[in-house]
Design a protein around this ligand. Sequence first.
Ligand SMILES: [Zn+2]
Length: 64
Amino acid sequence: MVKVGKCSFCGGDISPGTGVMLVKNDGTILHFCSSKCFKSFKLGRDPKRTPWSSYFLSRKQASK
Ligand SMILES: [Zn+2]
C-alpha cells in the first residue's frame, strides 16, 4: 500500500510520486505537496496566515 502523506505547510494530501521531501540537519522530515508550499516554507511564511492553506481555512470556519 502506498502511503498518502500530509503536506507540512498547507496540510493537504500528497499523492504518491509527487511533492518534495525536505530532511533538515536535525533529522526532521518535512513533506510538501508542491513547490508552492516548499517555497512558502523557505520564505518563512506562517501557514495560519496563508489564505490558501487548509490550516487557515479550518481556523476561518471555526471562528464563524
Ligand atoms: Zn501543501
